[in-house]
Structure formats: C-alpha cells, structure tokens
Ligand binder design. Structure first.
Ligand SMILES: [Zn+2]
Ligand SMILES: [Zn+2]
Length: 349
C-alpha cells in the first residue's frame, strides 16, 4: 500500500486490494468482493453488493434491495439520496444515478481537488425503473466493459418488446416463458410491456416475487402481476385450468427456462432478455427460441459516448472486454488502462 497518498497521483489514493477497490484517505472499499470494515456499494447485484460488511453506505433504494436479499446479515447501513454528499474520512462521497437498475449509483470521490468517478455498472438509454445516468466530469473515470466490442449495439427496447408481443399474436396457444434476472431486468421488462400497451396479467416465478414487491413499494407501477404459485403444477391437473397460460407471459429466472419447472406450461416458448442475446451461441445455450436483446449495460456506442461526456484524461477499465475499450479510448486521446478487480462475474447483463 502506498504510504503517501497524493491527489495528483490517483493510483496512490484509490487502488485495488485483495478485497477490491480501496480508497485510502477515506479508509473504505467500493463494491468489495469480501467482507470489509466499511463498504460503499454502487448497486444491489450480487457481484457488487455482498453481506457481512461492518458498515455499508449506498443509496436508500440499494439498502432496501440488500435487506430483501441478505436480511439480518447487513450490519450498519446508511442509505443516502442521489446527489447528497457524505464525508468519509477526508473524502467527499456523492452518489449519482447510473441508470442501471433501481438505486444504482456512480460513486463520485472528491479529495483535495482531485475527482475520481467509479461508475459501477451503467447504461445510457432510458429505463422506466430508475433515473437516467448523469455524466460527471472528472480526472479519472472507472468504467465497466461488459459489452465493449463493436458487435454489441443494442436495438431500441421498444423494438425488442414489439417482437415479443408479435410472437404472442402469432402463437396464441403457446405460453411465452421469458427468462429474466430477478433484480432489474424483470421489472424493466414488465414496465416496457406496460408502456407498449400490454395490460394483461403477467405471471411470475416465485423467485421473482419479493423484488417485484419491493419495486412496487418504491412506487414503480408493474400493473397486474401474480405468482404462478401452485397453478398447473401437475400437467395433468387441470383444476385451475392450464388454459390460463395459453398465450400468457410468464417471467422466470434464466435458469428455469430449461428446467422441469417449465414443463407445466402449455407448449412453452422460451424467450430470453439479455444483452448477450446478440450472440447466437449464447441464445442457443440458454435454449431461447426468441432471444431479445435487452440489456442493463452500456453497449459499444454508449461506452464511447460516455468516455467523451465525462472528459476524463484517464480511464480505468474493469470487468468485461477491457482490451477493446482501452484500445478505443487511447485512440480518442484518453490515457486508458485495465484495472483488475476481484469478484466481478456479471449478474443481470
Ligand atoms: Zn449490475
Ligand atoms: Zn456488475
């Protein structure tokens, strides 16, 4: 660990330790992979938010998400509003919208005239379930690179949702099973369906219910949603009528698409909603008959636009396709390098 942190040398005051990214003058970690004394957390996905820290600071919404996911193992928590500045040690810490999922934030660190922004995961397109990403100019911008290849250009969400609705019209006898991550993607897909005018009941796998309830408590209107529950558990048992699932939309975790669980539904049509659906092999691997490219991460164009918008002379690139983004940023005149942080395996892409 460098002994003499100086503002002009960002590596001297923000660097990686085995636990993750560490801010020395504030004595805290950001999104640590292991339990630490004091953590600042960008958002609730499992590769960023973990239980067991002595104290956790995050947006109020992220703290609520962590309570649902971790219950009592949370320790001391401090939930803050977007834009609020909190002093930790010598450092001013401010959480700014990242546009990724409910509660997601970039961490803006100001220390003795120097500013580093840790973006966590982010996207630039509109998301009806969270406020839009706010570019903050800084000396060093730390970015993810999940989809940092020119092949990743996500189409408009409304177009992808339109393909799902068209499929339901084309196959009115088939149950459309949509694989979505429980946190963020699930609720966004529901909102996008509502915005596209779909007002029918949307059914949920049990694993999705508690986070949908949380989104509702946070004021996000998901319309008529209901757990699948026991309904249709035995394919031969028509007590409640398997017919209700004909032409219906059922959301489930991605893993459930290929699971026995899916067989209870009439002629299920597996759908997956993820940025990875751009890659045919991934769609096949997930068993998706209808792959929808709906991502909570910035695509190639959004990443390049963000590098321009934050005007940082230095870019540190964390998880994903680091090499491609480093190369691209250098060609834009930015001093870029990869930053290897422990414990990032993307959830909710
Ligand atoms: Zn995430
Ligand atoms: Zn992540």
């Amino acid at each position: 660990m460098p002994f003499d942190p100086t503002p002009s040398d960002p590596r001297s005051w923000l660097f990686t330790t085995p636990q993750g990214l560490y801010c020395a003058p504030g004595d805290f970690h950001i999104d640590p992979a292991w339990a630490v004394k004091r953590a600042v957390v960008t958002h609730g996905h499992g590769d960023h938010a973990r239980a067991g820290h002595g104290a956790t600071l995050a947006t109020r919404e992220t703290i609520e998400i962590m309570k649902v996911r971790f219950g009592e193992e949370l320790g001391v928590t401090q939930g803050v509003r977007y834009g609020e500045t909190v002093g930790i040690g010598d450092v001013d810490v401010r959480l700014v919208p990242a546009g990724h999922i409910l509660g997601s934030a970039q961490i803006v660190l100001d220390w003795r005239g120097a500013r580093i922004v840790v973006s966590g995961d982010f996207k630039r397109r509109r998301d009806p379930t969270c406020p839009a990403f706010e570019p903050v100019t800084c000396d060093v911008f730390i970015t993810e690179a999940t989809f940092a290849l020119p092949v990743f250009r996500h189409p408009p969400d409304s177009y992808e949702i339109g393909r799902l609705l068209q499929s339901i019209k084309t196959f009115p006898e088939r149950c459309h099973l949509v694989g979505v991550y429980a946190l963020g993607k699930c609720q966004r897909v529901i909102r996008l369906l509502r915005e596209a005018g779909y007002d029918g009941r949307i059914w949920l796998h049990g694993a999705l219910v508690s986070l949908c309830d949380l989104y509702k408590r946070e004021g996000i209107d998901l319309g008529d949603i209901a757990p699948v529950g026991e309904m249709g558990r035995n394919p031969k048992d028509d007590l409640f009528g398997r017919d209700v699932f004909k032409g219906a939309i059922v959301l489930c975790p991605p893993g459930a698409l290929a699971d026995r669980w899916s067989r209870r539904f009439p002629d299920p049509l597996p759908v997956a909603a993820s940025g990875w659906m751009r890659v045919r092999a991934r769609a096949r691997q997930r068993g998706a008959e209808l792959p929808l490219v709906i991502s909570d991460h910035a695509d190639w164009d959004e990443l390049r636009r963000t590098v321009r918008d934050v005007q940082a002379p230095k870019l540190w690139v964390t998880h994903g396709r680091e090499d491609a983004l480093v190369h691209q940023a250098r060609s834009m005149g930015v001093e870029a390098e990869a930053l290897h942080v422990a414990g990032r395996e993307e959830e909710g892409a």
